[in-house]
Design a protein around this ligand. Structure first.
Ligand SMILES: C[S@@+](CC[C@H](N)C(=O)[O-])C[C@H]1O[C@@H](n2cnc3c(N)ncnc32)[C@H](O)[C@@H]1O
Length: 264
């Protein structure tokens, strides 16, 4: 079993940079299993977005969430994304008047100090090239009383994942290396200056078919699959193929999230 100390973070950074432009056509399909969660309600509950407020979805990808959020607020919604291919996909969605897009990275934000009411990141934090710098940028651009909302996984949630335990065990140490855990967020965000940092874990019953995971693995729709060795892919896919041929029975695959809420 590979140890977390053997994880090649340079290789992961390269994947984070290049992966999404290659898999754009498959991206949304890889997120189909996620139900609609009330993230915008949670943002509103903490920061009360008004019609003159700006909300940033950093690492907006194909715009899945930014487009949904825009319909739920009277203020302005912006999606920031480095990959041109992902942005082009986002532009194919219906475009409400209060939604805009920017190409860029979280580590250097093109906003004046204290201009954003909320910043949201969904499964982006572990891709950031420099989490400390991005955290400082979010802090700088947020208004006092504004909030940073990070949707991610805790280590306990990663450790409980069926696919990482039984199908692609080579990926478990990667995931534990690249995802910070609850105390890491608390330490970093308090050091940056956020006045409060709190955490919400959610879990919703969900099932997946082995054939669905096999498709996601073959398309590399989840970035972690780009890290796997050839042997790791072959072994994992052989395990999934055996389950598919023996009836493709649904596997319990709870939809879990950790929401980090940091208020300025
Ligand atoms: C797993 S996807 C999540 C996309 C979207 N937030 C969602 O939930 O569907 C991660 C996204 O982060 C983007 N990303 C990678 N590095 C970034 C950075 N430094 N700043 C902002 N976004 C980044 C990637 O291009 C990719 O679109």
């Amino acid at each position: 079993m590979i140890q977390t100390s053997q994880i090649n973070l340079e290789k992961w950074r390269q994947i984070s940079k290049d992966h999404f432009s290659k898999i754009t056509p498959y991206y949304d399909q890889g997120r189909d299993f996620e139900g609609k969660q009330p993230w915008m309600e949670e943002i509103n509950r903490h920061t009360s977005i008004g019609q003159n407020d700006w909300v940033l979805d950093a690492g907006s990808g194909t715009g899945l969430l930014a487009a949904q959020f825009a319909g739920q607020i009277t203020g302005h919604m912006l999606g920031l994304e480095p990959s041109r291919a992902m942005l082009q996909q986002a532009l194919r969605r219906e475009q409400p008047a209060n939604l805009g897009w920017l190409q860029g990275i979280s580590e250097t934000l093109p906003f004046a100090d204290s201009t954003l009411k909320a910043v949201f990141l969904s499964q982006v934090w572990h891709h950031l090239l420099n989490q400390d710098q991005a955290g400082r940028e979010f802090f700088r651009c947020l208004k006092s009383g504004g909030g940073l909302f990070i949707k991610t996984y805790s280590h306990a949630q990663i450790q409980a994942r069926w696919d990482l335990q039984f199908i692609f065990p080579e990926l478990m140490p990667l995931m534990l290396s690249i995802y910070p855990d609850v105390p890491d967020y608390e330490l970093l965000l308090k050091k940056i200056g956020f006045a409060s940092v709190e955490f919400q874990s959610t879990s919703r019953e969900n099932f997946m078919l082995p054939s669905q995971i096999l498709t996601i693995s073959r398309q590399k729709a989840w970035s972690m699959f780009s890290y796997l060795s050839e042997a790791g892919i072959a072994e994992g896919e052989a395990r999934l193929e055996a389950l598919v041929s023996s009836g493709d029975a649904p596997i319990s695959y709870p939809e879990v999230h950790l929401l980090v809420i940091a208020l300025k």
